[in-house]
Design a protein around this ligand. Structure first.
Ligand code: COA
Length: 264
């Protein structure tokens, strides 16, 4: 169905595998188009409950934007490219269904930015993260200057972008860039196990958590609709209160049984 992705839906988990292993899954125009459409699928298909983004082959998650497509771009075209990348990554970040990156190797440049746009990240022991754009006389353009700073703090973010140094899985874990490190063989299974836990909770509440946490870390008031995170939380709390799932969750607790959530 997609030229540059392999997609698979199983038990509510939609796995999107970026599939250009001979180019270390670099993000070219076709990957962007396919990725945008695949994320759109997750927005509209009720049978998709959560998403994993990963890379094909043993070596790379995504080794960056496709450098071969940079040649000859003028300033306007370069800005349009950055805007396109940012828009697609916002769409990932703002999905009401959880989207998790399973980082199975190099996550460099746009690859690191893609992983950071996901709601959280697991990685394998062979993962390497970095924003090496400065080696090309560039800076990150798909949200990396912002999201890396949100995730690891200003000093580390400055250092990593200025030096182009790559960090291994353990350092990424220490920095809070990833939540867990696993062996490559069990990365996908461990990610799926976590998603099954999340999918057993109330989907509307999960979506509200994503919305509120996103507001806590973004500075763009257009993006937050002018609302503070606290305002947003009050509204989202109220929204959850009138769901069937809230009635089911509280009733199940009082009846000492497991809640059966329906997403309404
Ligand atoms: N854009 C386009 N092609 C890329 C790419 C990228 N970001 N990253 C890797 N590739 C291609 C290589 O050109 C090579 O293609 P070829 O076999 O047709 O020559 C292929 O993927 C394999 O990469 P190679 O460099 O041979 O693998 P390696 O193991 O020696 O090195 C990396 C791995 C990740 C260290 C190296 O590929 C690299 O530095 N990539 C660019 C990272 C980067 O700067 N990303 C930010 C872009 S803004």
């Amino acid at each position: 169905m997609y030229n540059t992705l392999i997609t698979n839906l199983e038990s509510g988990i939609f796995t999107i595998t970026i599939n250009r292993p001979d180019k270390l899954n670099a993000l070219n125009r076709d990957v962007f188009t396919d990725l945008e459409n695949a994320i759109q699928e997750t927005y509209i298909k009720a049978e998709i409950k959560s998403v994993i983004i990963t890379g094909a082959g043993p070596k790379a998650f995504v080794a960056g934007a496709d450098i071969a497509e940079f040649g000859g771009l003028d300033k306007e075209q370069a800005m349009a490219l950055a805007k396109r990348g940012q828009d697609i990554f916002f769409k990932i970040e703002n999905s009401k269904k959880p989207i998790v990156a399973a980082v199975n190797g190099f996550a460099l440049g746009g690859g690191c930015e893609l992983a950071m746009a996901c709601h959280f990240r697991l990685c394998s022991t062979n993962a390497k993260f970095g924003q090496p754009e400065v080696n090309l006389g560039l800076i990150p353009g798909y949200g990396g200057t912002q999201r890396l700073t949100q995730l690891v703090g200003k000093s580390k973010s400055m250092e990593l972008q200025m030096t182009a140094r790559l960090v291994d899985a353990n350092e990424a874990l220490q920095m809070g860039l990833v939540n867990y490190v696993t062996s490559p063989e069990i990365l996908l299974d461990q990610t799926k196990d976590m998603l099954h836990v999340i999918m057993s909770k109330a989907p509307i509440a999960i979506g509200k958590i994503i919305e509120c946490v996103n507001v806590a870390v973004v500075s763009d008031s257009a993006y937050t609709n002018g609302k503070s995170g606290y305002d947003k939380e009050i509204e989202a709390f109220g929204d959850c209160f009138v769901t069937e799932d809230m009635k089911e969750g509280t009733t199940a607790f009082l009846e000492k049984r497991k809640a059966e959530f329906k997403g309404c």
